[in-house]
Design a protein around this ligand. Structure first.
Ligand code: SF4
Length: 432
């Protein structure tokens, strides 16, 4: 009987990608994957520590795994394992702890553990790390779009962020390895790929290449119809970069550009390297160069030094920027980051109150942006059929669309006449 392994992944696209790579290793070692709620011999929780919610959920899933099968091997990997192994050890249910840079050792570490069943820990000092751990994938279970990790680590050190300490300094993957993976995924039926990393804008800076060169080369792959970029720094949008992507039709006209705050005082305290005016200038350049472009963003509310006036600036900024989507996060202290020592902190309930106000305004603009496409016909990559019987998917500018179909259209890019909008989701008719 094959051994069973179950995965639970928290956090970002990079974590999702790394779970796929670990899953491939287990397949090659004769395991079968089962859903996390099922009985398994090994449970792997790919942890996240970006916020206290990530910590809490990671702990919950580890305990849940042990409760499901007390004899199973319980493995914690990822950012929380890297930054706080002691906390995970103190749970008393974790057998193997692996940091952010040793995931390709996971099968060997299980063998090591199974020799005398005493806890195993593999964590490196990430601040000295300079090579990219390349763990190629050929498939992306359960999705119609595949993520490709092109870069690791970050040199930005935003004052609230623990990631540079969890993932180390920025380092890029070899271009030929990325191209080979994109080709393999394309041949396996993935027509859209999402290039991801911890700080994608730093891609190529250490390997004498560039994101533009990579986008051009992937654009030449016939099987790949769409290339999407995951979160990217406002400073990446130079005139040259905008000119380059506006000439690459496969590059999706949707960019997730983290703003974090609309107040220059707060941006300075966050150690973000742009002003609100710089960000708006990027939006203007993008909207001039690329038709139908969508911009989504992240904003933190209640960061230290965010008084009523600063919060008001952020609200007014969001109204001016007309984002097609905003992820709002109440500030969450991360021990070990400079921001925890900042004065002028904002009470937790006030952070949450501001997040609620901002999210409501953002929803209005999301609806307005989507409604602006009613009457148009746009191509949609359908992902799955939902419980309401609609096939749902996304346009290249990341509009969520639902449509009815007699046949299964998952994984296909089809033209849809957009007829109605509800809470930022569009409804339409497949015209092909
Ligand atoms: S850019 Fe800033 S927020 Fe993003 S991972 Fe790096 S330090 Fe964290």
């Amino acid at each position: 009987m094959k051994k069973r392994v179950a995965f639970f992944t928290l956090g970002c696209k990079v974590n999702q990608y790394e779970t796929q790579a670990m899953e491939a290793q287990f397949m090659q070692s004769g395991y079968e994957t089962v859903p996390f709620e099922d009985y398994a011999d090994v449970y792997v929780v790919n942890t996240c520590t970006v916020t206290s919610v990530g910590d809490k959920k990671s702990r919950q899933m580890l305990r849940r795994a042990k409760a499901k099968n007390p004899d199973a091997v319980i493995i914690a990997v990822g950012c929380l394992a890297q930054t706080n192994p002691e906390m995970l050890k103190s749970l008393g249910c974790v057998d193997i702890i692996i940091g952010t840079n040793q995931k390709r050792e996971i099968i060997n570490l299980i063998k090591e553990y199974e020799i005398n069943r005493s806890p195993v820990q593999k964590i490196e000092n990430m601040m000295q790390k300079c090579d990219f751990e390349d763990t190629p994938i050929e498939n992306f279970e359960g999705r119609q779009r595949a993520f490709i990790k092109v870069q690791e680590g970050c040199n930005q050190f935003c004052s609230y962020c623990i990631i540079p300490y969890a993932r180390g300094r920025s380092r890029s993957r070899k271009e030929e390895s990325i191209i080979a993976e994109a080709e393999a995924l394309g041949k396996n039926g993935f027509c859209e790929i999402v290039l991801t990393g911890i700080h994608v804008s730093s891609y190529g800076k250490d390997t004498n290449t560039s994101l533009t060169s990579l986008l051009r080369k992937i654009s030449d792959l016939p099987q790949i119809k769409r290339i999407r970029l995951s979160s990217i720094d406002p400073n990446a949008f130079t005139s040259d970069f905008i000119a380059a992507v506006s000439c690459l039709p496969k590059v999706c006209p949707h960019f997730h550009i983290s703003l974090q705050s609309g107040s220059d005082i707060v941006l300075k305290k966050m150690n973000r390297h742009y002003t609100a005016a710089d960000y708006l200038a990027v939006l203007d350049k993008l909207r001039t160069a690329i038709p139908d472009i969508a911009v989504t963003t992240d904003i933190i509310t209640g960061f230290p030094f965010e008084g009523e006036a600063e919060f008001y600036n952020t609200l007014e900024f969001v109204k001016k920027a007309k984002f097609s989507g905003v992820h709002v996060f109440p500030y969450s202290e991360r021990s070990g980051t400079p921001a925890v020592n900042l004065a002028e902190s904002v009470p937790k309930n006030e952070r949450a109150r501001r997040a609620h106000i901002l999210a409501e305004i953002a929803e209005e603009y999301k609806s307005k942006f989507a409604a602006g496409f009613i009457g148009r016909t746009l191509d949609v990559l359908f992902e799955q059929k939902n419980k309401a019987g609609f096939y749902e998917g996304f346009t290249s500018n990341y509009l969520k669309v639902m449509a009815k179909s007699q046949t299964d259209v998952s994984g296909q890019i089809l033209p849809v006449l957009l007829e109605a909008e509800e809470n930022g989701t569009l409804f339409g008719k497949i015209t092909k």
